[in-house]
Write a protein that binds this ligand. Sequence first.
Ligand SMILES: [Fe+2]
Ligand SMILES: [Fe+2]
Length: 214
Amino acid sequence: MFEFMRRLLSGYLFVPQSFNMKNYTELFPIIKKKLELHHGSHRLLHTLGVVDVAEQLAKIYNVDCEKAKIAALLHDATKHDDLLEQERNIKRYFGEDMLISWPKQLYHGFSAEIYAHEELGIDDSEILLAIRNHSVGRPDMSLLEKIIYVADYLEPTREFNSEKTRKIACQNIDRAVAIIAKSSLKYVSDKGYEIVPLSRQTLAYYEKYLEDNE
Ligand SMILES: [Fe+2]
Ligand SMILES: [Fe+2]
């Protein structure tokens, strides 16, 4: 029961990083092997791009670089794992109602958090939340969450990569979040994909940072 409550409250309580937690150098070969084995070189290249951008942003915003690199390294670790297994794990870990209104392609934020916590021993709540919320964000994100959300969108191999937004991300991360939230929502809508309520809430919270022409 305690563990379940901790997960529910983890967005609001600080859980300190464990002294036994693996560092980036120890995690890297594990994730490299998993991504290459199951997801091919593309997923690894994307992940390394996110690590790179996240590290740059962490330096700019005085965020712990090690945490940023770990969250970036793990954010898509379960992206192409079996969906039924992801669903089972999410229901077990977060409760039966967690997946209401979530399309299958977004399960991986939750399942990667579970993988990070249960398989790799990551118990830092900021890292776990940054992994969980990397796809659609949420209102009032921590700096680390914003860094991973932005880095996932702006890393060099992504089709959305934009030099202008990259510069904005280095100057005003909230404005970059707003631009990305708006652009992502338009992309999903144009494609006719299911829109997750949380993605609208993210944009509603951050759109005050947009300028008139954005
Ligand atoms: Fe992802
Ligand atoms: Fe990603």
